[in-house]
Each structure stands twice: as structure tokens, then as C-alpha cells.
Design a protein around this ligand. Sequence first.
Ligand code: PSU
Ligand code: MN
Length: 305
Amino acid sequence: MKIRVKEEALTALKENRPVVALESTIISHGMPYPQNVKTALEVEAIIRENGAVPCTIGIIDGVGVVGMSPEEIEEFGKRKGIAKVSRRDLPIIMARKEWGATTVATTMILASLAGIEVFVTGGIGGVHRGAQQTFDISADLEELARTNVTVVCAGAKAILDLPLTLEVLETKGVPVLGWQTDELPAFYCRTSGLKVDSAVQNAEEAAAVIAAKRDLHLDGGVLITNPIPEEYAMDETVINTAIEKAITEMDALGIKGKDCTPYLLAKIVELTGGKSLDANIRLVFNNAKVGAQIAAELCRYHEGK
Ligand code: PSU
Ligand code: MN
């Protein structure tokens, strides 16, 4: 597979310094322009401030780019028609030498190929509501089952069936850790009423679990779920009303499959008058700090901690 890792990241990895991966579907399909570009660049800055090298990942002319330039990030935010690429789409986009925005699943694949162990995003895909009929279960869950990358997120959105998402993660053997909480955060809100497998209080505790999993040769990722900061969390009734409405409209329009998540995210931004976008941006920033800390702690493990 053709992959290009930026020089700065290659050096950092060789010298056992922390590197953090970032995805591009959140840029091309998760937020509107120009907030998408501004957020992506700011997340990189936060990761740097916290001592790690950021690597935004995407596919450019069929090459898996691990560590885009600011100009490339701008292009992913601006350009229309960049495909949303999950595991099954990856070979097609590469063979055709096209551009592709990487989902959580594909970002994990490319990060892992480059030797990056930690990946920061907003939310993962999961079991969609009504999956009992539609079978719509994100390939992100399958990837978490097999690829050795830790994913830091703010839980999963209530556009998904959260209890079923946790069930699938359990089946697939993916530890779900709560960052300073024992409750699964629900993206826009801090709580979901569901328990995570274990709380971790700091990067040291998180890294200990990740290292133990690796020592056991248990393939697959670890999910770190970090609640949105209190001051940016949304009112549960407001967000749930918007989510219900967005799902109803999506079903009426007959939108299915990979178009669901991008449609719902954009619709919810519209229905909340931009409030959900603000929350989304803030929670990604918050995750960036945690991801950089965990990546640094994992480097200490490599030194034989
Ligand atoms: N959740 C968000 N923003 C996003 C996504 C999820 O809040 O941009 C994207 C991620 O790239 C994730 C993908 O991997 O949606 C999941 O899509 P699907 O459900 O089609 O697998
Ligand atoms: Mn799907």
C-alpha cells in the first residue's frame, strides 16, 4: 500500500516521542467549512502544546497521507466530492488514485501501518438505531476489534443505539474506559446512564491498560471515552429533540448507509442553530489534550517502564 508519513512524525516515532493521529472524515463530512479547517488546525496546535506530534490522515491521489500539511487540511475542508472512505472503500480509492477522507476505521488502519498508537477524534461510529432491521453497524467497531490503536473520543452520539453499541464492543473484546468517569459519555452530553468497563483517572492508568492488552497479544483497540467539559455540554432535551427530528427527516428522505452520519450531523447543526457544532468543536479540543498525554505515557512504557 502506498503511504507517506511526514518527516517530523517519522523522526518522532524513531526517537520514541509521542505522535497522535487525527481523521479527515470529521473535516470533509463532519463539519461545515470554514469551521472544519479552523478546528482541524487548532486540534493540531493543541496536540503540539501538549508535547506530541499531530498527524492528520487522509488519502491524496491514492496515497495514504499520514501527516497532512496545513494546505492539504484546507483542501480537505474546502473541496467538494471527497469520498468518505471506510475499510471497504480503501482499496478502491487507492487503486483509482483518488482523494478520500478517512473514517475512524480507515484512520486506524493507516495510523497502525505508520506505527502510531493513539488517535484522537470526536465520536466513533456504532450501532445505528434500527440496526436490527438495517444491519447498519459502523465498520469502526470491527476495526476497533482488530487494529491496535487507542481511540480517544467523547463517547458515541445518541443518533446511535448506545446500549447496542456497547454490546457489540463487548463481543469484539474492546475495553471501553471512561476518562475520570464510570459513565459512558454521549458526545454532546456528559452522561448516558450507561456504565463503561472501567474508569481511568489519568494517562498512567490508561496506558497501563493499553500496555497490558498489548502484552497479552490481544489484538484490537482500546476506547477512551472523555466527557465534553461541563461548560460546553448541551441540554439533554434540546439535543435529543434535534436528534429525533433529524432521524425522522433522514428516514423520510430515504437516506441510508454511509450517508447517514454526515446527514445527521449537518441536520443537527441546523436544528440547534449551530450549538451542536460549538459543542462538537470543544469536545475534540478536550480529547486532543487527553490523547497527547496518553501517547506520552505509552512512550514511557516503550522505555521499559
Ligand atoms: N461522528 C462524529 N463526526 C464524524 C463521524 C462520526 O461526530 O465525522 C465520522 C467518523 O469518521 C466515523 C464515521 O468514523 O463518521 C462513521 O460513519 P459510519 O457510521 O458510516 O461508519
Ligand atoms: Mn453504516
